[in-house]
Design a protein. Structure first.
Length: 309
């Protein structure tokens, strides 16, 4: 929609406009974190760039924005906000912001788990020299479940490790299997990487039946959402020695001190840091700046969330 006069439309940003480089001069900007304080200008906000938080708090303010037109998230997932976006308001996710960071962490979790890095760190703490043979990533089959932008970035980083990559997405296409083929693909995978969004279809996807179909001793890596995995079933499979796992997410975050995951054997835990790297903010600023230029010019926005996933 064209601008009627400069400064009419208000944009809430979680960072200074200068971080964007050259944001449209026809828009008006305020730096606001509504999880901390909601200024009176809430009545005028047209474009809301939410703070980078995984919890639902960033969506609490939405019902108080009568003129809101666009919600731009900095996360790839939208499950924490989607149901609260008012009808008629465009929701955009942060596709592209976290591809590099999440792919790097995925490779780190895979390599650390396979090569036993956590054991070496614990041995170092004891000043103990404990060499061990461990499985390599080379010559393995890696199954990527949820093959989108992040999945592509993960595959690009896997390729130099001499692996076979099998791709699974919601719908089949050339070179990518449909989700309905997953049960038949699981027994052939040495590493299973979860990078699906959390939807009604993916919630509890990894249950006891899923884990039973995995190859004995295979590695499960979850960089998606915690609720994609049934925690009690994963814990049981880990204690039985059926699989190993590395998770960057949990169904309850922060992970409670009494969670059985802490003591589960063969498990590596990182605290939901897939996007938390120096690579994130430059990509976030570029995306937001481009979206604002499109918005100011009345052009179609990127990353509009229209389907389930």
């Amino acid at each position: 929609m064209p601008e009627e006069f400069p400064g009419e439309r208000l944009v809430w940003l979680p960072f200074e406009p200068a971080e964007l480089g050259d944001p449209p001069a026809t828009l008006r900007y305020e730096v606001v974190d509504p999880t901390v304080d909601v200024p009176s200008s809430v009545d005028d906000v047209r474009f809301y760039v939410a703070p980078y938080q995984m919890g639902p708090a960033v969506g609490d303010v939405l019902a108080r924005m009568p003129r809101l037109e666009v919600v731009q998230l900095l996360s790839a997932g939208v499950d924490h906000v989607r149901s609260r976006v008012p009808e008629g308001v465009t929701l955009c996710n942060g596709r592209g912001i976290h591809d590099a960071s999440t792919a790097e962490l995925t490779l780190a979790l895979v390599l650390a788990s396979l090569r036993g890095i956590p054991d070496f760190v614990r041995a170092q703490d004891r000043r103990a020299w404990e060499p061990r043979w461990r499985p390599a990533l080379a010559d393995r089959t890696v199954l990527i479940v949820g093959y989108g932008a992040v999945g592509e970035a993960i595959e690009a980083r896997l390729r130099p490790f001499e692996v076979e990559v099998v791709r699974v997405a919601r719908s089949p296409k050339e070179g990518v299997h449909g989700i309905e083929e997953l049960p038949a693909l699981l027994p052939g995978a040495d590493v299973v990487v979860l990078v699906v969004p959390l939807t009604d279809e993916t919630r509890g996807l990894v249950d006891a039946a899923f884990l039973d179909r995995m190859k004995e001793g295979a590695l499960l890596v979850n960089v998606a959402r915690g609720a994609v995995v049934v925690t009690r079933d994963l814990v049981a499979a880990l204690h039985a020695g059926r699989v190993r796992a590395a998770i960057d997410v949990a169904d309850t975050e922060p992970l409670p001190a009494d969670s059985p995951l802490w003591d589960a054997p063969g498990l590596l835990v990182s605290p939901h840091v897939g996007g938390a790297s120096s690579a994130m903010w430059p990509r976030a600023h570029r995306l937001v700046c481009d979206q604002l230029h499109r918005y100011a010019a009345g052009q179609p926005l990127h990353n509009v969330m229209t389907g389930a996933y």
